[in-house]
Design a protein around this ligand. Structure first.
Ligand SMILES: Cc1cc2nc3c(=O)[nH]c(=O)nc-3n(C[C@H](O)[C@H](O)[C@H](O)COP(=O)(O)OP(=O)(O)OC[C@H]3O[C@@H](n4cnc5c(N)ncnc54)[C@H](O)[C@@H]3O)c2cc1C
Length: 390
């Protein structure tokens, strides 16, 4: 087995680190307000600069202007983004959901209007599946799309949509056949922000802070049939593909965030003196640090293995599900321990752990909750037995 990380990937990570330290950090420090909001024009500036440096769209194929980077390469870069602990660093690859590989389903004419501008960082998208009455049970969505001539009329409401308030177009899932639903009755549409009948609802305030999560409302919204992404009725498969691809992406971010927690906790424990000694000298603190480092290492091995397997063209449905489940729960434990090691200071807004702790909590919910991951993994375990290397 060869666990060597190729030099060209290490160099890429070093370049990203420089970009983050020299450009992203100062921008965030001067533009983030007390609620965690960063103006959209600053985020767009970061996306365009990231494109210039070759990061934005790095995971898309070279033939459509992407960088053709491997899953392992993307994993290492995303881990670095998580490790930066900077909200604005999320914009380097397009914020959550913005750059889904399902856009590769665009046909000739759609490529010009959506895929290519998205890869060039000119247009931002959002992924709109979840609804007030359909979360984990995504097949139960109620947004309808009724065919009339060469248009579909959309009616319904989406919520918790990342980038919803700022996206130039939304990737929207709606029911085209009530009987078939997930088995051929859900269709995916590309809906421009300025389409009549498409409006923004509330911006949804949440514990992670910021203003990028919102509701999308469709009221007799007429979408041309040429804006169907993929085939009519094939939308549920696309949605699941997007949720599946999100698992590796998120695991890498969670890994980086957990690593940041460990680094902050180590630094603090070495310099904080109580009862005449740095607290790092006390066994209770050492055990927390060691437990964090063991879990981070286990999580990293799962993640790199899944990324490597994906690069060999192998199925990673179980590996990516396990990695997402484990890393999200591990991150919450790491953030909790890091906060504990910081004592009262960890609870203060001025301490970076406070923000990471709040942001980390969403990890067990998005792209399939921990419970849903366990259901899917249990199904595979009962059907195929334990996961083995050979
Ligand atoms: C920060 C954030 C960003 C998001 N971004 C997006 C986005 O960009 N686009 C998008 O479409 N959605 C997005 N979501 C929505 C996310 O995908 C859903 O929140 C998630 O799928 C869970 O759905 P729900 O919140 O409705 O919870 P529910 O499905 O109502 O679940 C509630 C609880 O019940 C549990 N549960 C449900 N079914 C079962 C079962 N069968 N057995 C055992 N337990 C069960 C769940 O695990 C959970 O603990 C985002 C959510 C968050 C928090």
């Amino acid at each position: 087995m060869d666990f060597t990380i190729p030099y060209e990937l290490r160099d890429l990570v070093s370049s990203l680190k420089k970009f983050i330290n020299n450009e992203i950090k100062p921008l965030q420090e001067s533009h983030q307000d007390e609620n965690g909001c960063i103006p959209e024009e600053i985020r767009k500036k970061v996306r365009l600069r990231s494109r210039e440096l070759g990061f934005y769209g790095a995971d898309f194929p070279e033939e459509c202007g992407g960088g053709g980077l491997s899953n392992l390469g993307m994993t290492l870069l995303r881990e670095e983004i998580g490790r930066s602990g900077l909200e604005l660093a999320d914009s380097i690859f397009g914020e959550a959901g913005a750059m889904s590989q399902i856009l590769l389903e665009c046909n000739g004419e759609q490529k010009e209007r959506y895929l290519l501008p998205a890869i060039r960082a000119e247009k931002l998208s959002c992924f709109a599946l979840t609804e007030p009455n359909a979360g984990s049970d995504a097949a139960a969505i109620e947004t309808k799309a009724q065919k009339e001539g060469d248009e579909f009329i959309l009616n319904g409401r989406k919520h918790f949509i990342s980038n919803g308030p700022y996206a130039d177009f939304a990737i929207v899932f709606a029911v085209t056949d009530r009987e078939l639903r997930a088995k051929g009755g859900i269709t995916c549409f590309l809906v421009d922000r300025d389409t009549r009948g498409f409006s923004l609802g509330r911006i949804q305030q949440h514990m992670g802070g910021g203003d990028r999560l919102g509701e999308l409302i469709f009221e007799d919204c007429r979408v041309p049939a040429r804006n169907v992404l993929g085939k009519v009725g094939a939308g549920f498969l696309l949605a699941m593909k997007r949720v599946g691809e999100g698992r590796l992406r998120l695991t890498a971010l969670f890994m980086g965030m957990a690593d940041k927690c460990l680094q902050l906790a180590l630094d603090y424990a070495k310099q904080r003196v109580q009862f005449g000694k740095p607290i790092a000298r006390y066994q209770a603190i050492q055990w927390m640090l060691v437990d964090m480092s063991v879990e981070i290492h286990a999580s990293r091995l799962m993640l790199y293995h899944a990324a490597w397997k994906a690069d060999q063209g192998m199925d990673i449905i179980r590996e990516s599900g396990m990695a997402k489940l484990y890393s999200s729960e591990m991150l919450c434990r790491a953030a909790d321990k890091a906060l504990q090691i910081h004592g009262g200071m960890g609870y203060m807004k001025e301490c970076p752990i406070e923000g990471i702790y709040r942001k980390a909590r969403a990890s067990r919910i998005g792209e399939g909750t921990s419970e849903i991951q366990r259901i899917l993994l249990a199904r595979k375990l009962l059907q195929d037995g334990p996961l083995r290397f050979f």
